[in-house]
Design a protein around this ligand. Structure first.
Ligand code: FAD
Length: 426
């Protein structure tokens, strides 16, 4: 797939200025341009795509450092786009599962107990969420459930980016079904980046201040000032909460409170390149090992050889993810390799070539992986999505309703907000 060609011209007085060239910003820009409005996307990074990023330089093959599953594929707007452009989509819905217990492959009975634990946890959380329980998911765990810690590790830290104490059953209940799901051989990040073709994106342009006190909006960046009739902000809640962008006047208190109700969760990915040895692991397999039942588990579970590539990716989430991100890449890769050796044996060390750690935790343009509604903060996503004076609008994964935290959710939400802006501007 070729690199998308951006429009490098800059508009200093567009109809709409868009902060961020991730899935939401790109989707909104396409919709607005189609309707005849001038747009200018302002992107602080040196590339487009945001948290959708396929790296090809480290391993010489596509590695998704951010999103990799096209989830809820039957209703995922990006699937159609990817198909039209000829991307190879690998159905991951019925992917094999390989479970290890104390360094040996699990018995059939153990596999069944693990699957039962996953189903029981999901069911318990959804039931609690449906009944409106907004406390920590940790408070409604089924008692004496074998493999509970293992199932929790996938669902909490590695799926939502938080441990069960920080997960609200309501937020889980609110989310749409994530199956069927696909992996993209050329990378999901490159699908999202392809949305930028022909769009006016100013890279390496950091927005510092948004003044919405006048009849239009003034946007100050480190590369100069723009004036627009409306501004769409798509940065993560981590960036918003850090105060990197000053709003004048400030956001209303209710919205500031909402922001703190939707903090960033963290998933750290640890892509690990091998020399072609398969280590007994199957392509695209969910590779899991039994952890102690008490949480938080210090676990790194893997996806085996995604799309047949010669690398695995480790997943470390929640509190352990933040801790290891602070410790750095060497310690994190070491930890992941140790956990792999615990399953497949020391051969893994012989065949290992190199490993990486994604830095979403420390990257000032993300400050986490994706947003999660904290227990006790039902409604925060919605409150955060309110516009400021019908001039500054918010879009992105954090406010994407039943597809929150997802790339296609961000995309759909960007389009939705574009329509709202069109209606407002007339
Ligand atoms: C490790 C990981 C795994 C994931 N896995 C999946 C998955 O399997 N499936 C899935 O659907 N989703 C997944 N996601 C989530 C998905 O990637 C995001 O939900 C989606 O990409 C977010 O898009 P967005 O447009 O809302 O935000 P972003 O992509 O963050 O876009 C916002 C943009 O704003 C820019 N920016 C920040 N500050 C400024 C500033 N001051 N001035 C100008 N620009 C600024 C940023 O650089 C960024 O490009 C994953 C994410 C991560 C991190």
């Amino acid at each position: 797939m070729s690199t998308p060609q951006r429009d490098t011209s800059r508009h200093s007085t567009p109809d709409v200025a868009i902060v961020g060239a991730g899935a939401a910003g790109l989707a909104a820009a396409r919709r607005l341009q189609k309707a005849g409005y001038t747009v200018q996307i302002l992107e602080a990074a040196g590339r487009i795509g945001g948290r959708a990023w396929t790296d090809t330089s480290a391993f010489g093959v596509p590695v998704d450092m951010g999103c990799s599953w096209m989830s809820g594929a039957n209703k995922n707007s990006l699937v159609k786009h990817a198909r039209a452009l000829g991307y190879q989509l690998i159905n991951h819905t019925e992917a094999p599962s390989q479970l290890f217990v104390e360094g040996r492959p699990a018995t059939d009975a153990e596999e069944e107990a693990f699957e039962a634990a996953r189903a029981a946890l999901d069911d318990t959380l959804k039931t609690a969420g449906r009944k409106g329980f907004d406390g920590p998911a940790a408070d409604v765990l089924p008692k004496d459930l074998p493999f509970s810690g293992t199932a929790q590790s996938w669902l909490g830290p590695m799926d939502y980016g938080v441990d069960f104490k920080d997960l609200s059953p309501i937020d889980h209940w609110d989310q749409a079904d994530d199956q069927p799901s696909y992996l993209v051989k050329e990378g999901y990040g490159s699908v999202v980046a392809s949305l930028g073709t022909g769009l006016p994106v100013a890279l390496n342009t950091t927005v510092k201040r948004i003044d919405w006190s006048g009849s239009d909006v003034q946007i100050d960046t480190d590369q100069g000032t723009l004036r627009a009739r409306a501004c769409l902000v798509t940065v993560s809640t981590g960036v918003l909460a850090s105060g990197a962008i000053t709003f004048v006047p400030e956001m209303p208190i209710r919205q500031q409170e909402a922001l703190h109700g939707v903090p960033m969760g963290l998933l750290v990915k640890v892509p690990m390149l091998f020399d072609g040895a398969k280590l007994g692991l199957k392509d695209n397999a969910w590779v899991t090992y039994k952890v102690p039942e008490d949480m938080p588990a210090r676990a790194c579970f893997f996806i085996g050889w995604p799309c047949g590539h010669d690398y695995l990716f480790g997943n470390i989430g929640g509190d352990l993810g933040w801790e290891l991100s602070r410790a750095g890449a060497d310690e994190t890769v070491d930890f992941a390799l140790g956990e792999l050796v615990g399953m497949v044996g020391s051969d893994a060390r012989k065949h290992f070539r190199k490993g990486l750690m994604t830095d979403w935790a420390t990257n000032p343009l993300t400050l986490g992986a994706y947003a999660v509604e904290r227990p006790g903060h039902k409604g925060a996503r919605k409150a955060l999505g309110k516009s400021l004076g019908k001039k500054v609008f918010f879009a992105g994964e954090a406010v994407a309703g039943e597809r929150a935290a997802l790339a296609n959710g961000a995309y759909d939400n960007g389009r939705k907000l574009a329509k709202k802006i069109i209606k407002t501007l007339g």
